[in-house]
Design a protein around this ligand. Structure first.
Ligand SMILES: [Zn+2]
Ligand SMILES: [Zn+2]
Length: 296
């Protein structure tokens, strides 16, 4: 067996490149797929071989299976099952993240641009969902989604799903946790003019988060960063609004800096006046995203 001369199993901290190489083979990919279909059920050698390819030579099948065992596959008394690493990979492939393409033509999302009044459009292409103003080009949202987001053919609740998924990622970024690799983040306030994004110069400030570990980075307004602060959720709740399910792009106070005043830049401190009914929630936010709140 060619790759087996080191005496070290792949489980002992394999190089990422080796992990890619392991699954770059039709039989090994088919094994992951077969085990992924029944993630909590051990499968015997003969049953697994039957599912993958009944015509494959037993020795050859055993070779490929042993290459995956330890890294992506577990083998115990119950049979073969996917390890967490194998399951994560299987789900990415099922979602089409690494192997499929889909697109959705621009469509109106029911929001007039806060800056020029043109109807804002949503579009999905090349793994990215964008909300953008077709006239002034202002970028409302730009995020990566797998093709499964749109290829089910059911787009009736597409915007709700996009909203909720964006919120879930923004919440993680705002709480200093990388939503991709679960590492701690570097977070800082940066002036809008320093950010590359169509229309970012219209903002005084962005909350910038970077993951040193996996390279993920994200910019969001201060309003979006404090969207789930208990004072904000409670304030809207008292006005009969569930602010956790309103599409976030409909919250003008969070999508523009019209309601924000910069109080100081060194260190950063901003005031945000959040309106609901005839009341205003006055927030003071520092660059640690510590929030002071008062209603008026
Ligand atoms: Zn516009
Ligand atoms: Zn990360």
């Amino acid at each position: 067996m060619p790759d087996d001369d080191s005496g070290q199993s792949a489980a002992d901290g394999a190089d990422p490149e080796d992990a890619f190489a392991l699954v770059g083979n039709e039989t090994r990919a088919a094994i992951l797929r077969a085990l992924g279909e029944t993630p909590h059920e051990g499968v015997s050698f003969s049953d697994l071989r039957e599912r993958v390819d009944p015509d494959i030579d037993s020795g050859q099948f055993n070779y490929h299976l042993s290459q995956l065992t330890g890294q992506f596959v577990d083998d115990d008394d119950e049979g073969y099952t996917l390890r967490a690493e194998g399951l994560a990979l299987y789900r990415l492939i099922r979602a089409g993240t690494v192997n499929r393409r889909a697109s959705v033509e621009p469509f109106e999302v029911g929001l007039d641009c806060y800056f020029c009044d043109a109807p804002v459009e949503g579009e999905y292409e090349d793994g990215t969902f964008e909300l953008r103003c077709p006239d002034c080009e202002h970028m409302y949202s730009h995020a990566q989604f797998p093709p499964s987001t749109v290829e089910t053919g059911d787009t009736s609740d597409l915007l709700d799903r996009v909203d909720q998924y964006n919120r879930h990622k923004m919440l993680a970024y705002a709480r200093d946790v990388c939503p991709i690799c679960v590492s701690p983040l570097d977070t800082e306030f940066v002036p809008g003019e320093d950010v590359w994004s169509e229309g970012s110069e219209r903002f005084d400030v962005f909350v910038s988060t970077d993951c040193e570990h996996c390279g993920a980075s994200h910019y969001m307004s201060v309003g979006l960063a404090v969207l789930y602060h208990p004072a904000v959720v409670a304030f809207f709740h008292d006005h009969g609004v569930d602010v956790t399910s309103v599409p976030h792009w409909e919250l003008e106070w969070a999508m523009t800096d019209e309601y924000l005043t910069v109080r100081s830049t060194d260190p950063w401190e901003v005031a945000l006046s959040v309106p609901a009914g005839d009341e205003t929630l006055e927030l003071v936010v520092d660059e640690e995203l510590t929030v002071g709140a008062r209603r008026s």
